[in-house]
Design a protein around this ligand. Sequence first.
Ligand SMILES: [Zn+2]
Length: 133
Amino acid sequence: MSRRSPRVLRGLYASRRSRSTSLADGPGFLYAYVDYGHRWKIGMAKNFARRKREWDKECPSSNRRWMPPIVVQSRRRSESLAHLLLEFWSADRPRLYCPHCRRRHVEVFEFPENRRFAWRNIVHPLLVRAARA
Ligand SMILES: [Zn+2]
């Protein structure tokens, strides 16, 4: 499945944003890494250092760049809003088998722009927006 329509995404964003924070939610981090310079994976973690170690062990890639994590008050809510914003603005949301670990990762977004530009002008601002929404 690739990107859903802008109308659907706007609706999902509005309804999720109006929902209150669940009891299972809490502070943590939004994290982002890039494989091959344009394939962005965004997730959340309570403990970023541990999550990063798990990724690098379970899905090792020599072509991966980790971006600085963002501190958030409600990690689940922020992640879910961030995924919708990224899906809205990305070129694609591919569903591919990972060449590193052969699993199928979800919530991966393609941004054809170069990594630094995409981080500074697209991905980072969207993560901040999700964290404050
Ligand atoms: Zn993988």
